[in-house]
Design a protein. Sequence first.
Length: 269
Amino acid sequence: MFEALAFPFMQRALAAGLLISLVAGYLGPLVVQRRMSFLGSGLSHAAFGGVAVGLFLGLEPLWVAAPFTVAVALAITWLSARGVVTSDTAIGVFFSVSVALGVVFLALRQQYTADAFAYLFGSILTVQTRDLWAALALVGLAALSLPLWGRWAYATFDRDLARADGQPVARDDLLLSALTALTVVVSVKVLGALLVTAFLVIPAATARQSARSFAQMTWVAVALSVASTAAGLALSYLFDAPSGAVIVLTQAALFVAFVTWRWMRHNLP
């Protein structure tokens, strides 16, 4: 693996994977505790719809997918918060519409099918310098949101009390949804639309098996996300396997190990 790091494309792949894993690990506990995993799946498919529009227009796909996916995230959050429709219904509607748009636009420009598959299944080894800048910008936005983490955690466990305490819960929900949407968009190039939700969910679900507080769960999720990305990339190089899929399988293996360890600790003498 170390000799592979001599190649610029491997350096970019590792850097992009680690930067995105930092943000995914940071947001993952909020997504898991708020039961927003289905939202992550919906946003990943919305991102694919935005990518298809970008390919159709001949523009950089991620720059089109970013505002498109953020708009979908804000619409879902706004509609569900006001009781217009339930959250899962809103996600299902936008999920379906986004995929349908993607299929239509890809059908209109069939020569872009290969590019579309790269975004659908991930292509971390083709990460370019501009993708690294996008990942760095995402880390910067996540860093700017750190002062909001306490309010987000508060509302995660007791929304009614947070609202009664004067916290801007509705506005914070929109900000969290927007940041999650941007994380999904930037992650699509690394993992693909079909796997990106795992980046948000699995490390956080694994961390919950051992963490004693929400803050500890967040730190452990970040560590697991970073470690599994580095290990998955190394394994994919050794076995010549798709990098995004191997990263997710590495995360899944850690999850199984933590669940097994927890079960043994509580059930065996």
